[in-house]
Design a protein around this ligand. Structure first.
Ligand code: BGC
Length: 365
């Protein structure tokens, strides 16, 4: 184990290691993988560990470039890596980053236990930590930067209710990973809306381990069969899970007839919304989240306090974590263009092939 470095030492080491190899990420653009700046406005180096490339395309396609842009703009050195869904790998990356002299380490944990262990080790080496997007229960992060995830769930619940109307409806819930605190909040938010509508019946609910999209298809098929195909709406926690459910509905001639929710405003999610096979998605601007992380990290580097929106209770650790929580936006066919206008996706990515006409019909060009 390396001993604690002084800030100056850490900065020097960071400079010496600016071209560290880290190109193993699927969607990674080498220009984005690691960067240094000779005109750093903050005398430190930020390490970020993203969780995987499979549970959502957002981490590599939206978060990585947004984080790189935010750190570049702030003129601070950084190293962004991806744990590829492997908690041990995340631990190793964290050890290497700490050894390489990061002054702040931000993680999107793969589970609270491994996340808390990483944070404890970082603290023992004098490295401050931030929870990016997912709260580490029992962790020790200085800040938690995310969206209001209960509101995300409420938007999903309300979105599904808007698509279903007031008629009697059988609803299936396809929740996110049980190891992700966000998934708990999404489900709580969705239930707080849907459980209050007496004409709806919960006919099946399951969490999808690691948000695995393939497993989601198997799970949804089982829930669908168990409900005798009498499913009128699907609360899917993100666009990947939505895609899995839509695939099964398609096989049963039900796609487009059964509303499905989502989250992340991915290219596929937006295309499904335009095509009418998905009733809504939730847009969470990576640009905003990355900028909030950069601000909090730079405050820590400079020994200052970051501006927060409040605190979040860590029920396991029994502490209130200073938080910066942003506002998510509900996206339906009517406002897909908002995501594109905000730079959340590119028109040429969403409006390809058969979606060109659907985009034109929706006034997106
Ligand atoms: C994030 C979602 C994402 C999911 C799977 C959650 O913690 O908030 O945006 O879809 O993880 O990666």
């Amino acid at each position: 184990m390396k001993r604690k470095h002084s800030l100056a030492m850490a900065a020097l080491m960071g400079l010496a290691l600016t071209v560290s190899a880290c190109g193993s990420d699927d969607g990674g653009d080498s220009a984005d993988d690691s960067s240094s700046s000779s005109s750093s406005s903050a005398d430190g180096k930020i390490g970020v560990i993203l969780p995987d490339t499979e549970s959502s395309v957002r981490w590599e396609s939206a978060d990585r470039p947004a984080l790189a842009a935010a750190f570049d703009e702030a003129g601070v050195e950084y190293d962004i890596q991806n744990a590829e869904g492997d908690a041990e790998r995340m631990t190793q990356i964290a050890d290497t980053m700490i050894g390489n002299g990061v002054t702040v380490l931000a993680i999107v944990n793969l589970d609270s236990e491994s996340g808390a262990a990483i944070q404890e080790k970082a603290a023992s080496q004098g490295v401050a930590t931030i929870d990016y997007d997912r709260l580490t229960l029992g962790g020790s992060a200085e800040y938690y930067v995310s969206f209001d995830n209960t509101v995300v769930g409420e938007l999903q619940g309300q979105g599904l209710a808007d698509c279903l109307g007031e008629k009697a409806a059988n609803v299936v819930f396809l929740n996110g990973s049980p190891t992700d605190n966000n998934a708990t909040l999404f489900a709580e938010g969705a239930h707080s809306v849907l459980d209050g509508i007496s004409s709806y019946k919960n006919v099946g609910e399951q969490a999808v381990p690691e948000w695995d999209n393939e497993e989601a298809a198997t799970i949804f098929q089982q829930l669908y069969t168990a409900a005798d195909g009498k499913v009128d709406g699907v609360l899917a926690a993100n666009d990947g899970l939505a895609g899995a459910a839509i695939g099964i509905l398609e096989g049963n001639g039900q796609a487009g007839k059964v509303p499905v929710t989502g989250q992340d405003a991915t290219v596929e999610g937006l295309q499904n919304v335009l095509a009418g096979t998905q009733c809504m998605t939730v847009y969470k601007s990576a640009k905003q989240e990355a900028a909030a992380l950069a601000e909090a990290a730079i405050a820590l580097v400079n020994g200052e306090e970051a501006e927060t929106t409040g605190t979040t209770t860590d029920s396991e650790g029994g502490r209130d974590v200073p938080s910066i929580l942003l506002e998510p936006q509900s996206i339906t066919k009517d406002n897909v263009g908002d995501v594109i206008d905000d730079g959340g996706q590119k028109v040429e990515d969403v409006c390809t092939g058969k979606f060109e006409k659907l985009c034109a019909d929706a006034g997106i060009s």
